[in-house]
Design a binder for this molecule. Structure first.
Ligand SMILES: NC(=O)c1ccc[n+]([C@@H]2O[C@H](COP(=O)([O-])OP(=O)(O)OC[C@H]3O[C@@H](n4cnc5c(N)ncnc54)[C@H](O)[C@@H]3O)[C@@H](O)[C@H]2O)c1
Ligand SMILES: O=C(O)[C@H](O)COP(=O)(O)O
Length: 399
Protein backbone atom coordinates (compact mmCIF):
# COMPACT_ATOMS: atom_id res chain seq x y z
CA UNK A 1 0.00 0.00 0.00
CA UNK A 2 1.29 3.49 -0.88
CA UNK A 3 2.38 5.83 1.93
CA UNK A 4 0.33 9.04 2.06
CA UNK A 5 2.36 12.24 2.42
CA UNK A 6 0.41 15.33 3.43
CA UNK A 7 2.05 18.60 2.31
CA UNK A 8 1.04 21.67 4.32
CA UNK A 9 3.17 24.15 2.36
CA UNK A 10 4.38 24.24 -1.20
CA UNK A 11 7.33 21.85 -1.32
CA UNK A 12 9.77 21.96 -4.25
CA UNK A 13 8.97 19.37 -6.93
CA UNK A 14 12.63 18.31 -6.94
CA UNK A 15 12.09 17.03 -3.39
CA UNK A 16 8.70 15.44 -3.99
CA UNK A 17 10.19 13.61 -7.00
CA UNK A 18 12.41 11.69 -4.56
CA UNK A 19 9.27 9.87 -3.42
CA UNK A 20 8.33 7.39 -6.21
CA UNK A 21 4.65 7.67 -7.09
CA UNK A 22 4.30 3.86 -7.19
CA UNK A 23 4.82 3.79 -3.43
CA UNK A 24 3.94 7.34 -2.33
CA UNK A 25 0.78 9.41 -2.72
CA UNK A 26 1.31 13.14 -2.17
CA UNK A 27 -1.52 15.62 -1.57
CA UNK A 28 -2.37 18.74 0.41
CA UNK A 29 -5.41 17.01 1.93
CA UNK A 30 -5.66 13.51 3.42
CA UNK A 31 -7.87 12.12 6.17
CA UNK A 32 -5.30 9.65 7.43
CA UNK A 33 -1.82 10.65 6.23
CA UNK A 34 1.24 8.58 7.12
CA UNK A 35 3.55 11.58 7.25
CA UNK A 36 3.55 15.37 6.97
CA UNK A 37 5.91 17.61 4.99
CA UNK A 38 5.82 21.33 5.70
CA UNK A 39 7.74 24.59 5.86
CA UNK A 40 6.48 27.41 8.11
CA UNK A 41 2.86 26.22 8.47
CA UNK A 42 1.97 26.61 12.16
CA UNK A 43 1.06 23.04 13.03
CA UNK A 44 -1.20 22.29 15.99
CA UNK A 45 -1.09 18.98 17.85
CA UNK A 46 -4.81 18.46 17.04
CA UNK A 47 -4.00 18.68 13.32
CA UNK A 48 -1.69 15.67 13.54
CA UNK A 49 -3.82 12.60 12.81
CA UNK A 50 -3.20 9.38 14.78
CA UNK A 51 -2.03 7.79 11.53
CA UNK A 52 1.02 10.12 11.28
CA UNK A 53 4.36 8.40 11.92
CA UNK A 54 6.76 11.26 11.01
CA UNK A 55 6.94 14.98 10.26
CA UNK A 56 9.54 16.52 7.95
CA UNK A 57 10.25 20.27 8.06
CA UNK A 58 11.86 21.39 4.79
CA UNK A 59 13.91 24.07 6.53
CA UNK A 60 15.79 24.79 9.74
CA UNK A 61 13.44 26.18 12.40
CA UNK A 62 10.94 23.79 14.01
CA UNK A 63 9.27 26.29 16.35
CA UNK A 64 6.11 26.02 14.19
CA UNK A 65 5.75 22.34 15.16
CA UNK A 66 4.58 21.05 18.58
CA UNK A 67 7.77 19.02 19.01
CA UNK A 68 7.18 18.05 22.66
CA UNK A 69 3.72 16.66 21.79
CA UNK A 70 5.25 14.74 18.87
CA UNK A 71 7.88 13.22 21.18
CA UNK A 72 5.20 12.11 23.63
CA UNK A 73 3.33 10.52 20.71
CA UNK A 74 6.48 8.80 19.40
CA UNK A 75 6.60 10.87 16.21
CA UNK A 76 10.06 11.91 14.98
CA UNK A 77 10.33 15.46 13.65
CA UNK A 78 13.00 15.99 10.99
CA UNK A 79 14.56 19.22 9.72
CA UNK A 80 17.19 19.99 7.09
CA UNK A 81 20.21 21.58 8.78
CA UNK A 82 22.32 23.75 6.51
CA UNK A 83 20.18 23.21 3.40
CA UNK A 84 19.11 26.87 3.25
CA UNK A 85 22.16 28.40 4.98
CA UNK A 86 23.69 29.92 1.84
CA UNK A 87 20.44 31.67 0.93
CA UNK A 88 20.28 33.30 4.37
CA UNK A 89 23.98 34.20 4.27
CA UNK A 90 23.49 36.05 0.97
CA UNK A 91 20.50 37.96 2.35
CA UNK A 92 22.52 38.98 5.42
CA UNK A 93 25.07 40.49 3.02
CA UNK A 94 22.22 42.40 1.36
CA UNK A 95 20.95 43.48 4.79
CA UNK A 96 24.35 44.81 5.85
CA UNK A 97 24.74 46.71 2.57
CA UNK A 98 21.22 48.16 2.83
CA UNK A 99 22.06 49.19 6.39
CA UNK A 100 25.35 50.84 5.46
CA UNK A 101 24.54 52.65 2.20
CA UNK A 102 21.65 54.90 1.16
CA UNK A 103 20.46 52.32 -1.37
CA UNK A 104 16.75 52.19 -0.46
CA UNK A 105 16.49 55.97 0.13
CA UNK A 106 18.44 56.65 -3.09
CA UNK A 107 16.22 54.39 -5.20
CA UNK A 108 13.07 55.89 -3.66
CA UNK A 109 14.42 59.39 -4.38
CA UNK A 110 15.11 58.66 -8.06
CA UNK A 111 11.54 57.41 -8.47
CA UNK A 112 10.27 60.81 -7.24
CA UNK A 113 11.87 62.46 -10.32
CA UNK A 114 9.48 60.96 -12.87
CA UNK A 115 8.36 64.44 -13.96
CA UNK A 116 11.86 65.51 -15.02
CA UNK A 117 11.99 64.81 -18.76
CA UNK A 118 15.27 66.54 -19.62
CA UNK A 119 18.23 64.18 -19.14
CA UNK A 120 20.77 66.93 -18.45
CA UNK A 121 18.52 68.43 -15.78
CA UNK A 122 17.93 64.98 -14.28
CA UNK A 123 21.68 64.32 -14.03
CA UNK A 124 22.33 67.76 -12.53
CA UNK A 125 19.65 67.18 -9.87
CA UNK A 126 20.97 63.69 -9.04
CA UNK A 127 24.56 64.90 -8.72
CA UNK A 128 23.44 67.77 -6.46
CA UNK A 129 21.34 65.54 -4.20
CA UNK A 130 23.42 62.36 -3.95
CA UNK A 131 25.27 63.58 -0.85
CA UNK A 132 22.07 62.79 1.10
CA UNK A 133 22.56 59.10 0.36
CA UNK A 134 26.19 58.75 1.39
CA UNK A 135 26.97 55.66 3.44
CA UNK A 136 29.95 53.89 4.93
CA UNK A 137 31.85 50.75 3.95
CA UNK A 138 31.82 47.38 5.63
CA UNK A 139 35.57 46.88 5.40
CA UNK A 140 37.25 47.30 8.77
CA UNK A 141 33.93 47.22 10.67
CA UNK A 142 33.17 44.59 13.29
CA UNK A 143 30.41 42.02 12.82
CA UNK A 144 29.09 40.22 15.91
CA UNK A 145 27.56 36.84 15.04
CA UNK A 146 25.20 35.36 17.64
CA UNK A 147 24.85 31.61 16.95
CA UNK A 148 27.63 29.97 14.95
CA UNK A 149 25.79 26.98 13.48
CA UNK A 150 25.14 26.32 9.79
CA UNK A 151 24.17 29.92 8.94
CA UNK A 152 26.24 31.85 11.50
CA UNK A 153 29.48 30.13 10.47
CA UNK A 154 28.85 30.93 6.77
CA UNK A 155 28.00 34.55 7.60
CA UNK A 156 31.21 34.83 9.66
CA UNK A 157 33.28 33.48 6.76
CA UNK A 158 31.61 35.86 4.29
CA UNK A 159 32.24 38.86 6.56
CA UNK A 160 35.93 37.97 6.81
CA UNK A 161 36.20 37.90 3.02
CA UNK A 162 34.55 41.36 2.94
CA UNK A 163 37.39 42.61 5.16
CA UNK A 164 35.37 42.82 8.36
CA UNK A 165 36.49 41.82 11.85
CA UNK A 166 34.27 39.04 13.26
CA UNK A 167 33.34 38.27 16.87
CA UNK A 168 31.18 35.20 17.62
CA UNK A 169 29.05 34.08 20.55
CA UNK A 170 27.59 30.57 20.86
CA UNK A 171 27.44 28.92 24.29
CA UNK A 172 26.21 25.61 22.77
CA UNK A 173 28.57 25.37 19.77
CA UNK A 174 28.82 21.79 18.48
CA UNK A 175 32.23 20.24 17.81
CA UNK A 176 31.32 19.90 14.13
CA UNK A 177 30.40 23.62 13.90
CA UNK A 178 33.60 24.57 15.72
CA UNK A 179 35.65 22.70 13.08
CA UNK A 180 33.89 24.68 10.33
CA UNK A 181 34.73 28.02 11.92
CA UNK A 182 37.67 30.15 10.81
CA UNK A 183 40.31 30.70 13.51
CA UNK A 184 40.02 34.41 12.64
CA UNK A 185 36.60 34.56 14.34
CA UNK A 186 37.23 35.94 17.83
CA UNK A 187 35.21 34.52 20.70
CA UNK A 188 33.03 36.75 22.88
CA UNK A 189 32.56 35.33 26.37
CA UNK A 190 29.33 37.23 26.94
CA UNK A 191 26.57 38.57 24.75
CA UNK A 192 26.83 42.05 26.30
CA UNK A 193 30.48 42.36 25.26
CA UNK A 194 29.61 41.28 21.68
CA UNK A 195 26.87 43.92 21.53
CA UNK A 196 29.19 46.62 22.92
CA UNK A 197 32.04 45.88 20.47
CA UNK A 198 30.14 45.34 17.19
CA UNK A 199 29.13 47.70 14.38
CA UNK A 200 26.74 45.07 13.00
CA UNK A 201 25.12 42.30 15.04
CA UNK A 202 23.51 39.37 13.26
CA UNK A 203 21.34 36.72 14.94
CA UNK A 204 21.51 33.06 13.84
CA UNK A 205 20.14 31.04 16.73
CA UNK A 206 16.89 29.10 17.22
CA UNK A 207 13.96 30.40 19.19
CA UNK A 208 13.87 28.40 22.44
CA UNK A 209 12.51 29.19 25.90
CA UNK A 210 16.04 30.40 26.73
CA UNK A 211 16.33 32.68 23.66
CA UNK A 212 12.86 34.29 23.66
CA UNK A 213 13.34 38.06 24.10
CA UNK A 214 17.13 37.54 24.33
CA UNK A 215 17.79 40.88 22.61
CA UNK A 216 16.32 43.11 25.30
CA UNK A 217 16.60 46.70 26.54
CA UNK A 218 19.76 45.97 28.52
CA UNK A 219 21.67 44.55 25.53
CA UNK A 220 20.45 47.29 23.20
CA UNK A 221 21.64 49.93 25.69
CA UNK A 222 25.17 48.46 25.45
CA UNK A 223 25.38 49.09 21.67
CA UNK A 224 27.37 51.70 19.77
CA UNK A 225 24.90 54.42 18.61
CA UNK A 226 25.89 53.85 14.96
CA UNK A 227 25.42 50.07 15.07
CA UNK A 228 22.80 47.93 13.29
CA UNK A 229 21.03 44.72 14.38
CA UNK A 230 20.11 42.12 11.74
CA UNK A 231 17.50 39.50 12.62
CA UNK A 232 17.17 36.70 10.10
CA UNK A 233 16.55 34.15 12.89
CA UNK A 234 13.09 34.61 14.45
CA UNK A 235 10.92 37.52 15.59
CA UNK A 236 10.55 36.18 19.14
CA UNK A 237 14.31 36.46 19.82
CA UNK A 238 14.09 40.27 19.76
CA UNK A 239 11.91 42.23 22.18
CA UNK A 240 10.27 44.50 19.58
CA UNK A 241 9.08 47.01 22.18
CA UNK A 242 12.60 47.37 23.56
CA UNK A 243 13.93 47.66 20.00
CA UNK A 244 11.56 50.53 19.17
CA UNK A 245 12.44 52.33 22.41
CA UNK A 246 16.17 51.88 21.69
CA UNK A 247 15.77 53.22 18.12
CA UNK A 248 13.78 56.19 19.47
CA UNK A 249 16.53 56.85 22.02
CA UNK A 250 19.27 56.67 19.36
CA UNK A 251 20.94 53.66 20.99
CA UNK A 252 21.40 52.04 17.53
CA UNK A 253 21.12 53.21 13.93
CA UNK A 254 19.05 50.51 12.19
CA UNK A 255 17.13 47.31 12.71
CA UNK A 256 17.08 45.01 9.67
CA UNK A 257 14.75 42.05 9.97
CA UNK A 258 13.05 39.25 8.06
CA UNK A 259 10.22 39.30 10.64
CA UNK A 260 8.02 42.40 10.40
CA UNK A 261 5.62 43.33 13.21
CA UNK A 262 2.89 45.99 12.87
CA UNK A 263 4.69 48.45 15.17
CA UNK A 264 7.84 48.30 13.00
CA UNK A 265 6.16 49.12 9.69
CA UNK A 266 6.70 52.63 8.31
CA UNK A 267 9.82 53.49 10.35
CA UNK A 268 12.80 54.91 8.45
CA UNK A 269 15.27 53.26 10.83
CA UNK A 270 13.89 49.77 10.18
CA UNK A 271 14.34 47.61 7.05
CA UNK A 272 11.67 44.92 6.80
CA UNK A 273 11.64 41.84 4.59
CA UNK A 274 8.74 39.33 4.32
CA UNK A 275 10.52 36.21 5.70
CA UNK A 276 12.43 35.54 2.48
CA UNK A 277 15.71 34.31 4.00
CA UNK A 278 15.27 30.82 2.51
CA UNK A 279 13.26 31.84 -0.54
CA UNK A 280 15.62 30.90 -3.36
CA UNK A 281 15.20 28.11 -5.92
CA UNK A 282 18.34 26.47 -4.62
CA UNK A 283 17.43 26.56 -0.92
CA UNK A 284 13.88 25.35 -1.55
CA UNK A 285 15.18 22.44 -3.62
CA UNK A 286 17.96 21.54 -1.16
CA UNK A 287 15.54 21.55 1.78
CA UNK A 288 12.85 19.55 -0.05
CA UNK A 289 15.31 16.92 -1.29
CA UNK A 290 16.88 16.49 2.14
CA UNK A 291 13.49 16.34 3.88
CA UNK A 292 12.11 13.81 1.38
CA UNK A 293 15.20 11.57 1.54
CA UNK A 294 15.14 11.52 5.35
CA UNK A 295 11.41 10.81 5.42
CA UNK A 296 11.72 8.00 2.89
CA UNK A 297 14.58 6.35 4.79
CA UNK A 298 12.47 6.48 7.95
CA UNK A 299 9.32 5.10 6.30
CA UNK A 300 11.13 2.34 4.39
CA UNK A 301 13.90 1.41 6.84
CA UNK A 302 13.10 3.05 10.16
CA UNK A 303 16.42 4.96 10.01
CA UNK A 304 16.63 8.40 11.60
CA UNK A 305 18.85 11.27 10.47
CA UNK A 306 18.49 14.95 11.36
CA UNK A 307 15.64 14.58 13.79
CA UNK A 308 15.20 17.33 16.37
CA UNK A 309 13.61 15.02 18.95
CA UNK A 310 14.74 11.45 18.20
CA UNK A 311 18.25 9.95 18.32
CA UNK A 312 20.22 9.47 15.11
CA UNK A 313 20.10 5.80 14.16
CA UNK A 314 21.02 3.90 10.98
CA UNK A 315 20.94 0.12 10.63
CA UNK A 316 21.36 -1.55 7.27
CA UNK A 317 18.22 -3.53 6.44
CA UNK A 318 19.06 -6.31 4.06
CA UNK A 319 15.96 -8.46 4.20
CA UNK A 320 13.23 -9.80 6.47
CA UNK A 321 11.03 -8.29 9.12
CA UNK A 322 12.09 -5.21 11.08
CA UNK A 323 10.49 -3.87 14.23
CA UNK A 324 10.78 -0.12 14.84
CA UNK A 325 9.87 0.62 18.44
CA UNK A 326 9.65 4.00 20.17
CA UNK A 327 9.45 3.87 23.93
CA UNK A 328 9.93 5.97 27.03
CA UNK A 329 13.60 6.15 27.95
CA UNK A 330 13.31 4.08 31.15
CA UNK A 331 15.02 0.81 32.13
CA UNK A 332 13.75 -2.70 31.30
CA UNK A 333 11.51 -1.93 28.28
CA UNK A 334 13.94 -3.27 25.68
CA UNK A 335 14.53 -6.29 27.93
CA UNK A 336 10.78 -6.94 28.05
CA UNK A 337 10.50 -6.68 24.23
CA UNK A 338 13.39 -9.11 23.75
CA UNK A 339 11.90 -11.46 26.35
CA UNK A 340 8.65 -11.59 24.35
CA UNK A 341 10.63 -12.56 21.25
CA UNK A 342 12.76 -15.09 23.15
CA UNK A 343 9.66 -16.73 24.70
CA UNK A 344 8.38 -17.37 21.13
CA UNK A 345 11.78 -18.66 19.90
CA UNK A 346 12.01 -15.70 17.51
CA UNK A 347 15.61 -15.09 16.57
CA UNK A 348 16.99 -11.52 16.50
CA UNK A 349 19.37 -11.08 13.55
CA UNK A 350 20.47 -7.53 14.24
CA UNK A 351 19.44 -4.65 16.44
CA UNK A 352 20.26 -1.09 17.45
CA UNK A 353 18.97 0.92 20.36
CA UNK A 354 19.55 4.59 21.09
CA UNK A 355 18.05 7.20 23.33
CA UNK A 356 17.71 10.96 23.42
CA UNK A 357 16.36 12.74 26.48
CA UNK A 358 13.00 11.12 27.32
CA UNK A 359 12.71 8.97 24.20
CA UNK A 360 14.33 5.65 23.20
CA UNK A 361 14.17 4.13 19.75
CA UNK A 362 15.01 0.60 18.63
CA UNK A 363 15.37 -1.23 15.35
CA UNK A 364 15.16 -5.01 15.73
CA UNK A 365 15.55 -7.32 12.72
CA UNK A 366 14.05 -10.75 13.27
CA UNK A 367 14.05 -14.09 11.54
CA UNK A 368 10.61 -15.33 10.44
CA UNK A 369 7.31 -13.64 11.13
CA UNK A 370 5.30 -12.25 14.02
CA UNK A 371 1.79 -13.14 15.07
CA UNK A 372 -0.75 -10.44 15.85
CA UNK A 373 -0.81 -11.66 19.45
CA UNK A 374 2.96 -11.03 19.88
CA UNK A 375 2.65 -7.61 18.34
CA UNK A 376 -0.23 -6.67 20.64
CA UNK A 377 1.75 -7.93 23.64
CA UNK A 378 4.62 -5.61 22.75
CA UNK A 379 2.32 -2.66 22.18
CA UNK A 380 0.73 -3.25 25.59
CA UNK A 381 4.05 -3.08 27.46
CA UNK A 382 4.19 -0.14 29.84
CA UNK A 383 6.36 2.60 28.35
CA UNK A 384 6.10 1.38 24.74
CA UNK A 385 4.76 4.27 22.64
CA UNK A 386 4.52 2.63 19.24
CA UNK A 387 5.65 -0.46 17.35
CA UNK A 388 5.92 -0.42 13.56
CA UNK A 389 6.60 -3.35 11.23
CA UNK A 390 8.83 -2.72 8.24
CA UNK A 391 9.75 -5.01 5.35
CA UNK A 392 8.77 -8.61 4.84
CA UNK A 393 6.85 -9.51 7.97
CA UNK A 394 4.79 -12.02 5.96
CA UNK A 395 1.58 -11.90 7.93
CA UNK A 396 -1.68 -9.96 7.94
CA UNK A 397 -0.84 -7.80 10.89
CA UNK A 398 -2.37 -4.38 11.43
CA UNK A 399 0.47 -1.82 11.27
N1 LIG B 1 14.98 33.91 7.75
C1 LIG B 1 14.87 32.68 7.33
O1 LIG B 1 14.21 32.40 6.35
C2 LIG B 1 15.60 31.58 8.05
C3 LIG B 1 16.16 30.52 7.29
C4 LIG B 1 16.83 29.51 7.97
C5 LIG B 1 16.93 29.55 9.36
N2 LIG B 1 16.36 30.57 10.05
C6 LIG B 1 16.47 30.63 11.52
O2 LIG B 1 17.84 30.61 11.85
C7 LIG B 1 18.06 29.72 12.93
C8 LIG B 1 19.46 29.17 12.86
O3 LIG B 1 19.59 28.35 11.71
P1 LIG B 1 20.88 27.41 11.49
O4 LIG B 1 20.59 26.64 10.27
O5 LIG B 1 22.12 28.19 11.58
O6 LIG B 1 20.76 26.46 12.78
P2 LIG B 1 21.92 25.68 13.52
O7 LIG B 1 21.23 24.73 14.43
O8 LIG B 1 22.90 25.13 12.55
O9 LIG B 1 22.67 26.79 14.40
C9 LIG B 1 22.09 27.43 15.50
C10 LIG B 1 23.22 27.78 16.46
O10 LIG B 1 22.66 28.58 17.50
C11 LIG B 1 23.37 28.24 18.68
N3 LIG B 1 22.68 28.72 19.88
C12 LIG B 1 21.70 28.09 20.61
N4 LIG B 1 21.38 28.87 21.67
C13 LIG B 1 22.16 29.99 21.59
C14 LIG B 1 22.27 31.13 22.40
N5 LIG B 1 21.54 31.32 23.51
N6 LIG B 1 23.18 32.08 22.05
C15 LIG B 1 23.95 31.93 20.93
N7 LIG B 1 23.88 30.84 20.15
C16 LIG B 1 22.99 29.89 20.47
C17 LIG B 1 23.51 26.73 18.60
O11 LIG B 1 24.53 26.26 19.47
C18 LIG B 1 23.85 26.54 17.13
O12 LIG B 1 25.24 26.52 16.92
C19 LIG B 1 16.96 28.66 12.76
O13 LIG B 1 16.64 28.04 13.99
C20 LIG B 1 15.80 29.46 12.21
O14 LIG B 1 15.00 29.95 13.27
C21 LIG B 1 15.70 31.59 9.42
O1 LIG C 1 13.65 28.08 9.50
C1 LIG C 1 13.73 28.17 8.28
O2 LIG C 1 14.26 27.29 7.57
C2 LIG C 1 13.27 29.44 7.63
O3 LIG C 1 12.59 30.25 8.48
C3 LIG C 1 12.63 29.26 6.30
O4 LIG C 1 11.24 29.18 6.39
P1 LIG C 1 10.40 28.87 5.04
O5 LIG C 1 10.74 27.47 4.67
O6 LIG C 1 8.98 29.04 5.42
O7 LIG C 1 10.85 29.86 4.01
Amino acid sequence: MASKILTLNQISVKGLDRLPRETYEIASEFGTPDAIMLRSHKLKNEEIADSVIAIARAGAGTNNIPVADCTARGIPVFNTPGANANAVKELVAVGMLLGSRGVIEGIDYVHTLGDVTDEAELNKTLEAQKKQFKGSELVGKTLGVVGLGAIGSMVAEMALTLGMEVIGYDPALSVEAAWRLSSRVRKADALASLFARSDYITLHLPVLESTRGLVNAELLAAMKPDACVLNFARQQIVDDEAMIAALDAGQLRKYITDFPAPALIGRKDVILMPHIGASTDEAEENCAVMAADQLRDFIENGNIKNSVNFPTLQLEHVTGCRLAIANENVPKILGSVLAILADRDINVIDMLNKSRDEIAYNLIDIEGTLSDEVLQEMRALEGVINVRLIGDCACDLPS
